[in-house]
Design a protein around this ligand. Structure first.
Ligand SMILES: NC(=O)c1ccc[n+]([C@@H]2O[C@H](COP(=O)([O-])OP(=O)(O)OC[C@H]3O[C@@H](n4cnc5c(N)ncnc54)[C@H](O)[C@@H]3O)[C@@H](O)[C@H]2O)c1
Length: 210
């Protein structure tokens, strides 16, 4: 089974499993039961067993799951062994926060180039990441073989910046702007909306849905 055949909901949980397995492995644990895993990652054990079943029978009754084997398996599935360089477009409030964070918990993704129009920061290095002018974007993305970008520009310029990203051959955009971007079918957009997330949380609390 390839990553493409895994249901989307399962694929979304893989990084959560992966992070906890890495933690267990670092702590020297050799095996873990689905109940233990369930309590740690807050996913019910039936879901965990079903998720894992997509990868073949990985668990053994009465033994649980082999931590090292699972970790190795998930690392490969998630491409954790490969470093992916990501670009950040728009280094304002949110962009700065993301640059500071720079995905420290993960060994395999990092923002390696940032782009902005603000003359005050262009040409500087922020949190170890060079900030280039937008006019260098197409060239830099090609040189650095970057095909994923995080978009944190003002809404009014979001489509324009996206068009430039498309010109540079981008394949995936993590879109923090409120604009629904127009992209061709072969480009994937992941919209991130914290307000939405917060409202969903409040809705669940108000309606007592677990
Ligand atoms: N999804 C969320 O939950 C969430 C949360 C906060 C903000 N946002 C959105 O994220 C975006 C950024 O918010 P912010 O508070 O960091 O804004 P900001 O104004 O602080 O930063 C925007 C940055 O983009 C740069 N910029 C402007 N035009 C540009 C262009 N054409 N090309 C490249 N860079 C350009 C600016 O110089 C600035 O550095 C906004 O669209 C905002 O609505 C989303």
């Amino acid at each position: 089974m390839t990553a493409h055949d895994i249901p989307k909901a399962t694929a979304k949980r893989l990084p959560i499993y992966h992070r906890y397995l890495r933690f267990l492995h670092n702590a020297g644990k050799k095996r873990v039961s689905s109940t233990e895993l369930s309590e740690a990652v807050k996913v019910d054990s039936a879901t965990i067993r079903r998720d894992f079943s997509y990868f073949g029978a990985l668990g053994k009754r009465g033994y649980g799951y082999d931590v090292e084997y699972l970790l190795d398996f998930f690392s490969k599935t998630l491409n954790q062994d490969r470093l992916t360089n990501v670009a950040l477009i728009g280094v304002g409030n949110l962009g700065h926060a993301l640059l500071n964070y720079n995905f420290h918990v993960s060994n395999n993704v990092r923002i390696s180039a940032a782009f902005d129009v603000n003359e005050d920061i262009v040409g500087t290095i922020l949190s170890g990441v060079p900030v280039y002018p937008m006019s260098d974007m197409v060239e830099q993305l090609r040189i650095q073989q970057i095909d994923v970008a995080i978009l944190t520009v003002p809404q009014e310029v979001a489509q324009r910046a996206t068009n430039e990203l498309l010109e540079a051959g981008i394949r995936g955009i993590m879109n923090f702007t409120p604009l629904r971007l127009s992209v061709p079918d072969n480009v994937r957009v992941q919209n991130v909306d914290l307000t939405n997330e917060l409202q969903t949380l409040i809705y669940f609390l108000d309606n007592d849905i677990s």
